[in-house]
Design a protein around this ligand. Sequence first.
Ligand code: DGL
Length: 199
Amino acid sequence: MRPIGVFDSGYGGLTVLKEFVRQMPEYDYLYLGDNARAPYGPRSFETVYRYTLECVQWLLKQDCPLVIVACNTASAKALRSIQQKDLEQMDPVARVLGVIRPTSEIIGQFTKSGHIGILATQGTVHSGSYEIEIKKEFPQLVIEQEACPMWVPLIENNEQHAEGADYFVKKHINQILQRDPEIDTLLLACTHHHENYWS
Ligand code: DGL
């Protein structure tokens, strides 16, 4: 069976892979984490685009008919160009999908106050992709964003349970809640922020 490719800038996308395996165990999967070049969050649009394109290309060469860009930063900065420009030349029948659109389609179901917070990398926040996509589905929502640049390095270095990690988690949650105390829903908009992926 041809495997479904799952790509992330590092370990974070393993949470997405784990969920695929749980919900669709009948498929084979091939995971590519670009640990060598993570983090993607602080990198320029051009760099994230080039790295993501290389990784998607590699997965397509391994015969994946479908590649999931599990990384929010790569989905925000590279996915559209790859879908609209590169895929046609690389493999016109293959599909490449990201994580921002499906999340944006359901996020409005979770808030009662109508105020939501996005916790993500600098790249995802500055791209404005979540705001654009969420507003298409839920134009009435009030959206506040917070970049959390220390979270990914802590997790990539397996320091997420260390004493110092709490400081950075509290700092960003406090900051976003101070800017909008009506927020009742926080989106962990980075694969690295999800549950402990090696548990
Ligand atoms: N895992 C990526 C995401 O979901 C970003 C981590 C990184 O900065 O490389 O946004």
